[in-house]
Design a protein around this ligand. Sequence first.
Ligand code: GLU
Length: 374
Amino acid sequence: MGIRDHLKKAHRVVVKVGTSTITYPNRKPNLMRMEKLVREIVGLSNEGYEMVLVTSGAIAIGMDRMNLDKKPREIPKRQAVAAVGQAVLMHIYERLIAEYGGIAGQVLLTRENSMRHNQYTHSRNALQAMLRMGVLPVVNENDAVTVDEIKIGDNDSLSATVATLIDADALIILSDVDGLYTANPEKDKSARLIPVVEEITPDIEALAGGPESQVGTGGMYTKMQAAKIAMSSGVDMAIVRGDVDGAIRAVLAGEDIGTIFPAKEAHLRARKSWLAFGKRIEGDIVVDDGCERAMMRGASLLAAGITDVGGEFATKSTVRVLNASGREIARGIVAYDSATLNKIKGRHTSEIAKLLGSNAPEEIIHRDNMVIMA
Ligand code: GLU
């Protein structure tokens, strides 16, 4: 079955819409666009789909409401703007959703909700109950009380986290471009749309530009991070233009639009995806080719294959495992702190026992605490 046909089977769907789609450049809400979006989503709920909307716009709309030209520099003031904007944003959505006969429920999440396992479970239960009760969850990050350090930070990643949390079948990201291009379509006439991306390789990440290049090929960096989360969690992801009527329905009908990122077949179960994506990454471990091959066959990570350790971290931190070419191949909870790892990297297990005593764990990351990302 092709990927487009696979999307036809989706039942639980997360739709993410960004600030630029639902506001004008002067930051006022684009009511026409919001109305069409809501009509399409409620229409799909009526048809039997379980829909979740992840929406940005709180900060822009708050700035408009408070007549501010610039985002305040002080964090508490930015939070105040978000508090005002979120209320205005939700007021508009609630009216529109009710107008079309739906029931809106507001969910404001922070990274904490996906980082701590008990909160992860509570958020998951709450969202699933809403869907069972016929409520349309309208989700944003809780910008009024969070600060950057504890934020997910961008709603692309937030939407993928939500899709993982509720075991969604599909995540549809409405963007201001048609999908992922081979080059920036605004600058390069020969740029072509890539219809399907099977894997987020370093080349694909390079197309999306670095974290700083929000314009890149259309603010694609955070979307590639979202795709990694979605694909490894068993969620098909699509990027399509948000200002085209019926785009969500077209994706779910298997039409040939946008860029699709098919879910990996053996997707992570809830605990593992929490492990992979709910937690803050504290550092990197680089491994050699032999170690990479062993890990791909299901082995735990041992010290002998470690060539480098990046960052400073404590025991039980979540770290990324990179292969020799710098590509992330796994994530997991590490049994040693970075200082000790630097001492034992490259050494065989017998040497470690001599250095640290016979009780020292053999596995640097045990395979039960590890998620393969490649
Ligand atoms: N949560 C932010 C807002 O509502 C948006 C974050 C993003 O655009 O990714 O303004």
